[in-house]
Design a protein around this ligand. Structure first.
Ligand code: BGC
Length: 468
């Protein structure tokens, strides 16, 4: 397992430094079932949860969501299409491409020391095999600015978007896609050289395949077949491996891993075959391809509970058991289920994305990643909430972190927590209405204003402890 150091003595019974007060353990927080709980108040009875000394704290963003004018990418083309299913185009986004220096200074001032950002393949390699020195210099400058601010850059090589020339060849179903990703990864790792020690290869490959190739999330390229889904899964799995190998070859000392979308799944027996099939396609096939990664990046936003009536058991078994039924019925069923899900869940507190409000879901998924890879370090590379009520974001961070903290006492080698997202940004199919940022961005003026949640997380990072 790579060069990451395991957190010392977490599992030792005598060291209760990471354990929590018995009054504040694992049960579902009352805040997950009802209204936001009040924050602040007296410190009497408070518990201080300390994190390991070298715990990584920070935030994450992705090029297309913040930079603006990403004109050579498949997402830009998808946005411009007359029949685009997207809410709105990304346009100039939050002009991070121009404003990155001030943005990084702002993050440094907030004591959020790790900045995970992505390099944009479509800018770096605007035509096949031709690398743009200006784009490369730009990302070097960014990495340098992060380091000069005393922070740590973490670079994602592929966060959803592809250059249009690759999309024209089928994107992830093109046989040569993994080798092309590797060539670009080599270039980035060589050019960013000694500035970057942490690389994420492909971001959420499961969602890329599901969202774009099965057509479940209205993402490009918009194919809607099981065959395209399977082919994209194969391409992405191979891409994870070739990209990691390319970076390790160029920078053997770098820590490299994919970042996985994981959901806290709950299901009854009747739903089991269906959910297990879905989880395999969405998560396990990719987790499997991370076997040689230095770390597992876990990204979780919610829980999905599927309880089918007993009478449906033979149906769900048949659905996943027969290739022909699967081919015709399953894609439609999944798209239907997503549309139903988007209509909201009665009696459940939800986020602006329509997800169940479930900050502690991240602990369930980190635990699962740990069970699959007991010896690997784990990083939470995304965790966040779309809400216009910042107090709710604070509550989400607090409850997510306290659930994660409980894992440390169990010896789970959790190395860090990066919040999604640093800034309000372009939320893919749903546009700018979704507010994930710790820092508010007024797009009419491009003025940035840190929200209280940014200071809240910055204080936790500085203290390396959470008070609840
Ligand atoms: C993605 C981000 C996205 C976030 C919130 C993750 O799936 O990596 O790009 O904005 O979730 O939906």
């Amino acid at each position: 397992m790579g060069s990451l150091r395991a957190i010392p003595s977490l599992a030792s019974g005598g060291n209760d430094r990471w354990s929590r007060d018995s009054s504040s353990t694992n049960e579902q927080s009352s805040s997950e079932t009802g209204n936001p709980t009040p924050l602040g108040g007296s410190s009497i009875g408070r518990v201080r949860l300390e994190f390991p000394p070298d715990f990584l704290w920070g935030t994450a963003a992705a090029a297309h969501q913040v930079e603006g004018d990403n004109r050579n990418s498949d997402w830009w083309a998808w946005e411009q299409h007359p029949d685009s299913p997207l809410t709105e185009p990304s346009g100039s986004a939050i002009e991070h491409y121009q404003r990155y220096a001030d943005d990084i200074a702002l993050l440094a001032g907030l004591d959020l020391p790790v900045y995970r950002f992505s390099t944009e393949w479509a800018r770096i390699e605007p035509s096949e095999g031709v690398f743009d020195p200006e784009a490369i210099a730009h990302y070097r400058d960014m990495a340098e600015a992060v380091r000069n601010a005393g922070m740590t850059p973490m670079v994602t090589l592929n966060h959803f978007t592809l250059p249009v020339w690759l999309a024209a060849r089928g994107g992830w179903v093109a046989r040569e896609a993994p080798a092309l990703l590797a060539r670009y990864s080599t270039k980035v790792a060589e050019e960013l050289g000694d500035l970057v020690d942490w690389y994420c290869t492909i971001n959420e490959p499961g969602n890329v395949a599901f969202g774009g190739y099965l057509g479940a999330l209205d993402w490009p390229p918009g194919t809607k077949t099981l065959a395209a889904w399977d082919a994209a899964i194969d391409g992405l799995r191979a891409g994870m491996v070739t990209s990691r190998a390319a970076v390790k070859e160029a920078r053997p000392e770098a820590k490299v891993g994919a970042t996985h979308a994981m959901i806290e799944w709950e299901y009854n027996d009747a739903a089991r075959p269906l959910v297990e099939y879905l989880r395999t396609q969405l998560e396990d096939r990719f987790l499997d391809a991370s076997a040689e990664d230095d770390f597992i990046g876990v990204q979780t936003y919610t829980r999905i509970a599927v309880n089918a009536p007993g009478i449906a058991a033979p149906l769900t078994r048949a659905l996943v058991g027969s290739a022909s039924v699967r081919k015709t019925v399953l894609p439609r069923l999944i798209r239907f289920a997503i549309r139903m899900g988007e209509r909201g869940m009665p009696n459940t507190r939800t986020t602006d994305m329509g997800y169940e409000y479930r900050p502690g879901a991240i602990a369930a998924t980190v635990r699962r990643a740990h069970e699959l890879y007991p010896d690997k370090d784990i990083l939470v590379t995304e965790h966040g909430i779309a809400t216009t009520t910042d107090e709710e974001r604070i509550e989400f961070i607090r409850d997510g972190l306290s659930a994660l903290h409980a894992l440390l006492a169990d010896g789970v080698p959790l190395r860090g927590y990066l919040h999604w997202s640093a800034f309000d940004n372009f939320e893919w199919a749903l546009g700018y209405g979704m507010r994930f940022g710790l820092i508010d961005v007024d797009r009419s003026t491009q003025v940035r204003t840190p929200k209280p949640s940014a200071r809240y997380l910055g204080d936790i990072a500085r203290d390396n402890a959470l008070e609840i």
